[in-house]
Design a protein around this ligand. Structure first.
Ligand SMILES: [Zn+2]
Ligand SMILES: [Zn+2]
Length: 276
């Protein structure tokens, strides 16, 4: 099969929130932006020369609103089946993320107070339910979907045969892309050490570059060095009881106070804001 290429589709800002077009024998979309961005993504596909009706599949990397927000709309607009992992079916079927968000640092604490991350997206039912590693050749790309749990239980990444890793929120750029090329945690992780295990497992497959949901492409060696430091930091936190995972939360922790704080993704999409 011909080489499968990866092209970012900006959803907010230049690269604060990204979806991706993978093009092989047929086009495949990875991720579906925030709620209400379906039409914008469809138009961008057309500008890239893709007839939206030709889309072979929409892969959703995980059950966060900025990745599955317009999945139902894009399914309607393109007719393409949606593939997503079974472990995040709850958010997909309800249109709501698992609450509360578990911040990885100050950025996440600030963002979790914004209303925009707590809205309900249009629910959907994946036509292709991912459970294990899944070749995507029959959908026209030389790539496979690989479960990479930790950020959420149902997180998946897409690895092409040529070493492009579309990694969702396995890792991000500092400040959602404000500092391009510098690896950092995304604002939230359900299980930080579990996520790091998944990241290391993908780095062990020697990807040529990482394409992430938030920011510009990342160099794998730079991510390796960051991941080693991050593991040391997380183990230190875990040793002193300061590392919370979703599994640690009591039942009923789903209720979360939403205040009117203006911090949300839209702040990052103001003109110039995403350029650092
Ligand atoms: Zn996420
Ligand atoms: Zn995200």
């Amino acid at each position: 099969m011909s080489r499968t290429t990866v092209t970012p589709i900006p959803v907010l800002g230049r690269h604060a929130v990204n979806a991706y077009l993978l093009t092989g024998r047929r086009p495949v979309l990875v991720d579906a932006g925030i709620p209400g961005s379906g039409e914008q993504i469809r138009r961008h596909l057309e500008r890239l020369g893709v007839d939206p009706g030709d889309l072979a599949m929409i892969v959703i990397t995980h059950g966060h609103i900025d990745h599955f927000g317009s999945a139902a709309e894009l399914h309607r607009l393109t007719g393409a089946p949606i593939a997503a992992h079974a472990a995040d079916l709850g958010p997909y079927r309800t249109g709501r993320v698992r609450e509360p968000y578990l911040p990885t640092g100050p950025m996440g604490r600030l963002m979790s107070r914004g209303r925009r991350l707590h809205v309900r997206a249009e629910p959907f039912e994946p036509q292709v339910l991912l459970r294990g590693e899944t070749p995507l050749d029959e959908f026209g790309i030389a790539a496979r979907a690989v479960p990479t749990p930790g950020h959420t239980a149902g997180s998946v990444s897409v690895l092409t045969d040529h070493g492009d890793l579309v990694a969702g929120d396995l890792v991000a750029n500092s400040f959602m892309g404000l500092i391009p090329g510098r690896p950092a945690n995304p604002p939230f992780h359900d299980d930080p050490l579990g996520n790091l295990d998944s990241l290391d497992a993908m780095l062990a497959r020697d990807p040529a570059r990482l394409h992430v949901g938030h920011g510009t492409p990342l160099d794998p060696d730079r991510v390796r060095r960051w991941a080693a430091r991050e593991r040391t930091r997380l183990l230190r936190r875990a040793a002193t009881g300061r590392l919370t995972t979703r599994a640690d939360l009591p039942d009923g922790a789903d209720a979360v106070a939403v205040d009117e704080a203006p911090a949300d993704y839209s702040d990052l999409s103001r003109p110039g804001a995403s350029d650092g």
